[in-house]
Design a protein around this ligand. Structure first.
Ligand SMILES: NC(=O)c1ccc[n+]([C@@H]2O[C@H](COP(=O)([O-])OP(=O)(O)OC[C@H]3O[C@@H](n4cnc5c(N)ncnc54)[C@H](OP(=O)(O)O)[C@@H]3O)[C@@H](O)[C@H]2O)c1
Length: 296
């Protein structure tokens, strides 16, 4: 199986570059090798590589900057997936694409299923929804994995920001009224590899949108407190911590350009049933990531 991976230097792309290796040949491309802002380059690249699978881990992910860079955000998150879908259709490749909890407005009382109405409330969310729709409309074989609150030992994310701030400040003020499940980039890559392993083995893989997140629920405040607690338990990280207090605050007290969904919780039952998987508790991925960072 030949796999073309975009965004190989991002959080998820970096984990994918490792996890996909046992499944076949991986052509891992960063921005320097394939700039998704260039639709012509996408078509030419796919036509010359003729992959069996395209995994699109590249995206414009600067959620707040996107509010003032709408055109570029849509080019990367909507037009590029459309071009990838058309190119995948032309060579009968499967396109595996990632999307986000930001396609929802976060007003639902429970966990979101794939059938719930989308209502993005930011430029980033609208661009990612347009990307999902473009992939579906292209007519290629496709899977869209929506995920959320991504972290990993590679790249920029909330977990690593908290570890840095905990070394610099005595007090942290963290939002406590948004709910979600921190999801490890490694988990996303592992699940992707499981799905593509089925595909390689000729087992059925049904097209469509799937929710992929760790199980359980938390707030940014509780998550930050857990990260610091785990860091304290590692001598390599604990000794340098300055933080004494992590204060819960409201979203309204920490205004940002892009509106965030207050509830990001996903029902991952469809993914679990389709691929025989069980999503681990979010704490497990955080523990592993903190341990990995401590070992560096
Ligand atoms: N991060 C989250 O919390 C989160 C939550 C929900 C869903 N998602 C989705 O999950 C997927 C993976 O996200 P991630 O967290 O791994 O993001 P990330 O760490 O920001 O990585 C995104 C990658 O895309 C690349 N990229 C950006 N513009 C590009 C362009 N014009 N051409 C080629 N590559 C380009 C970046 O390249 P450079 O390294 O050169 O900048 C980066 O390596 C995305 O679809 C994202 O929307 C993420």
């Amino acid at each position: 199986m030949k796999m073309l991976l975009t965004g190989c230097n991002g959080q998820v792309g970096w984990e994918l570059a490792r996890c996909l290796q046992p499944l076949g040949d991986v052509v891992a491309l960063g921005r320097a090798e394939l700039d998704l802002a260039n639709a012509g380059a996408i078509a030419a690249c796919v036509a010359s590589q003729r992959p069996d699978v395209i995994v699109n881990a590249a995206a414009y992910t600067a959620v707040d900057k996107a509010e003032s860079e709408s055109e570029l955000t849509f080019r990367i998150n909507a037009e590029a997936p459309a071009a990838l879908g058309q190119a995948a259709k032309a060579c009968d490749a499967l396109l595996l694409h990632y999307s986000t909890d930001y396609v929802f407005d976060g007003t639902l009382a429970g966990a979101y299923t794939e059938g719930d109405a989308t209502a993005p409330c930011s430029v980033y969310g609208r661009s990612k929804l347009a990307g999902e729709q473009a992939v579906t409309a292209s007519g290629c074989r496709h899977l869209v994995l929506r995920t959320q609150w991504v972290f990993g030992s590679h790249g920029g994310n909330f977990l690593r920001t908290i570890l840095r701030l905990a070394r610099e400040r005595e007090q942290l003020r963290i939002v406590a009224d948004q709910f979600g499940a921190p999801t490890a980039a490694r988990l996303i890559a592992d699940v992707t590899a499981q799905i593509l392993g089925r595909q390689a083995g000729g087992l059925p893989v049904e097209d469509g949108v799937y929710h992929l997140a760790a199980s359980g629920r938390t707030t940014w405040h509780e998550y930050a407190s857990f990260v610091v607690e785990r860091a304290r338990a590692c001598p390599a990280l604990g000794q340098g911590l300055k933080v004494r207090e992590i204060v819960p605050i409201a979203t309204a007290d920490y205004p940002l350009p892009a509106e965030r969904p207050a509830n990001s919780l996903f029902d991952c039952g469809k993914l679990e049933r389709a691929f025989g998987l069980r999503m681990p508790k979010w704490q497990r991925g955080v523990e592993l990531c903190v341990a990995e960072l401590a070992a560096r």
